[in-house]
Design a protein around this ligand. Structure first.
Ligand code: PLP
Length: 385
């Protein structure tokens, strides 16, 4: 990262390395090249920057959306409708209508009232909506409580016990086509064990369905692969080989069955950074604070989940390191990026970079405290490899 690129640019802003994104997409393609029945979708909520979306769409991935706005933006930036899927516990009539108009591939349905509503709206439009049921597989992803989604106590999906009745109901409805099952167990999952457990669970459920004579053309295993936030420069590209191999080895795929994946964080986290500037260095009694011009309004993950973002001072050439609390300017005590973090001796005006901020960074920015939304710059090296 060359600070010269940032001269004259108002901080804070997001910096996206498009070359790294392209290498990441190439790694996904090569890890799935031997499995033509694998289809990878990108979870738009991780990062919806237009250039990022265009690059991912051009690489041939589909889009996983969780709102009508995401469905619209995915279609606008080049994802073809037959590769767009739409999940979410609270799809409104308007959002469902948008998705019906665009004619997306699949609604991932999370409740019976939602199913009935999609059927009614599809009837009005003279369409048949393809649906998969999101099933809660009750698998512990061993990740942060706020990003675990596959346990019975979560709000997402249908319980396994309710699966067959839901499919039966779907089969009765004239404007619904049942196409399969959908799962998503959580996020920032760095061990393969929860994914293996998910594959085993899906195998069991498939046997149950087959005993009922129900065919399931499509299985969507969701997303959740994690990234290395501690040492991003050692692992800029997640281990897609290990991830896809887990499903190749464990998931018992039937003839003509399609398997869908929805990766968000692992696609874009490492290609993005938040660049900020030191406003003041303040000496407290017990601590010294580096106060930067970026806050939880620009990158909420540390305040919301206690997340770690590897942090660098791009400006300081000091050989000495000092220990700082790195904080933002927002009027909230949780607006803290790090406590007791080592940086080279830091001064007012230095550029401070938070790494691995390309997923759930810019998309979660808010205007709290009447702040401006962060800007962004896209960097693409002359020789993309
Ligand atoms: C957020 C989400 C994803 C992506 O999760 P990552 O952890 O970013 O890979 C996939 N599927 C659904 C339904 C989601 O809500």
């Amino acid at each position: 990262m060359n600070p010269k690129l940032f001269e004259g640019k108002e901080t804070p802003f997001y910096y996206y390395d498009l070359s790294l994104l392209r290498r990441t997409l190439t790694a996904i393609k090569s890890a799935t090249a031997d499995s033509p029945h694998f289809h990878v979708h990108y979870a738009v909520k991780a990062c919806a920057h237009p250039e990022i979306l265009r690059t991912i769409a051009q690489a041939g991935l589909g889009a996983d959306c969780v709102s009508g706005g995401e469905v619209e933006i995915a279609a606008e930036y080049g994802f073809s409708p037959e590769k767009i899927v739409f999940a979410g516990v609270g799809k409104t009539d308007r959002e469902i209508q948008t998705a019906l108009d665009i004619d997306i591939a699949c609604f991932n349905v999370e409740s019976l009232p939602e199913l009935e509503n999609i059927n009614a709206l599809a009837a009005q439009s003279g369409k048949k909506a393809r649906v998969a049921f999101r099933i809660n597989p009750n698998i512990d992803a061993h990740t942060h409580a706020k990003i675990t989604t596959g346990l019975n106590e979560n709000k997402f999906g249908l319980a396994m016990d309710d699966m067959i009745a839901a499919i039966r109901r779907a089969q009765e409805l004239s404007h619904i086509e049942y196409i399969g099952l959908h799962f998503h167990i959580g996020s920032q999952i760095t061990e393969m064990q929860p994914f293996a457990a998910l594959a085993d669970r899906i195998n069991q459920l498939q046997l149950l369905l087959e005993a009922e004579g129900i065919a399931t053309p499509s299985i969507n295993v969701g997303g959740g692969l994690g990234v290395d936030y501690q040492t991003p420069d050692l692992h800029p590209i997640p281990d897609f080989e290990a991830y896809f191999s887990t499903f190749k080895e464990r998931l018992q795929v039937r003839k003509n069955q399609e398997v869908h994946f929805e990766l968000g964080r692992s696609v874009t986290a490492q290609c993005g950074s938040l660049v900020s500037r030191v406003v003041y260095v303040k000496q407290g009694h017990e601590k010294q604070f580096v106060i930067v011009d970026a806050g939880m309004t620009d990158l909420v993950r540390p305040a919301m989940y206690g997340s770690y973002h590897h942090t660098l001072n791009l400006t300081s050439t000091s050989a000495e390191e000092e220990v700082y609390d790195i904080v933002g300017p927002i009027c909230e005590s949780s607006d803290v990026f790090h406590t007791d973090y080592k940086l080279p001796t830091t001064r007012r005006g230095d550029l401070i970079v938070f790494r691995s901020a390309g997923a759930y960074g810019e998309t979660m920015a808010s205007r709290y405290n009447c702040r401006q939304l962060p800007g962004s710059i896209i960097y693409s090296s002359a020789n993309p490899s």
